[in-house]
Design a binder for this molecule. Structure first.
Ligand code: SF4
Length: 273
């Protein structure tokens, strides 16, 4: 794949994501546009060189769940960090000094994640820090975080009872979608966190969270609500709260996904006060 084709693919992925989020028009800053340009490390792979996906049905790392092939190619693999931390604190310390991808250059704070580390019922995984999260070094503390808090409370939990983290631990400039190489560089931290925390179920918030974990490109509007597994842990994809703020008409679908999570845990939503 030539640089021009790679750039076109990155731009197309970005626009498709924004379209799924409900945007009808977009202003793309020169900064975001520059970030979509392929880096020398962004080599084409067999999967992005025009090879077709096999058959009409695809499987994730879950043998008992299938979903419709939506005609998109799997994401490419890139170099990633080697996690040496053996505890959540050590991993957070490694993240704090990490310079494995260009996002380290523009961050104020890293955002490793927070919450109940002792096998909580639920771990929420989002895309990456925004401005508020970058300023505070904590996940989901802005407007989307307020909605996530309400979603958690509607399920009968509070923030301290679940764990909340993101695919990338540093804020992408201008809140753009993290690039594949940034996600692939950073996701070993999340994997190591999940291995230590061992939640009963993971709720992946939005397309990027699903892609970062499952290494497959999906359309969240089609894939949400599809219970699958990640490293032996149940995983429920649903909408990102930021998307729900822009598309409140989709909240019913997200609530259906969260109720399915509760059902999987053998629980019901608490009665409304
Ligand atoms: Fe390191 Fe992740 Fe931050 Fe990139 S986003 S610098 S991989 S911690």
């Amino acid at each position: 794949m030539t640089d021009v084709r790679q750039f076109a693919k990155n731009l197309n992925d970005f626009l498709e994501y924004k379209k799924e989020e409900g945007f009808q028009t977009l202003e793309i800053s020169p900064e975001t546009l520059a970030a979509l340009k392929p880096t020398p490390a962004q080599k084409p792979t067999a999967s992005t060189e025009g090879s077709s996906t096999e058959g009409s049905v695809r499987y994730f790392n879950t043998p008992n769940k299938k979903y419709e092939n939506i005609g998109l190619t799997p994401s490419s693999s890139q170099s990633s960090v080697c996690v040496t931390g053996k505890t959540l604190e050590e991993i957070a310390g490694q993240i704090r000094v990490c310079t494995a991808c260009p996002l380290s250059g523009s961050r104020q704070n890293t955002v490793p994640g927070e919450g109940n580390p002792n096998h909580p019922d639920i771990m929420f995984v989002g895309e990456g820090p925004g401005a508020d999260e970058d300023a505070q070094g904590r996940p989901f503390v802005g407007a989307a975080g307020q909605l996530l808090n309400k979603m958690i409370e509607a399920m009968g939990y509070n923030r301290e009872e679940v764990f909340i983290a993101n695919i990338v631990k540093c804020r992408p400039p201008g809140n753009r979608v993290p690039l594949p190489e940034e996600m692939n560089a950073c996701v070993p931290y999340l994997k190591a966190q999940i291995a230590l925390i061992r939640p009963k179920i993971i709720v992946a918030l939005g397309k990027t969270a699903v892609q970062g974990l499952l290494q497959e490109e999906i359309a969240i509007t089609k894939f949400r609500g599809t219970l699958c597994t990640y490293e032996g842990i149940d995983l429920m994809p649903t909408y990102h709260p930021a998307f729900l703020l822009r598309s409140p008409g989709r909240k019913g679908e997200a609530w259906a996904d969260l109720k399915a999570v509760l059902a999987k845990l053998g629980k019901e939503p608490p009665a409304k006060k």
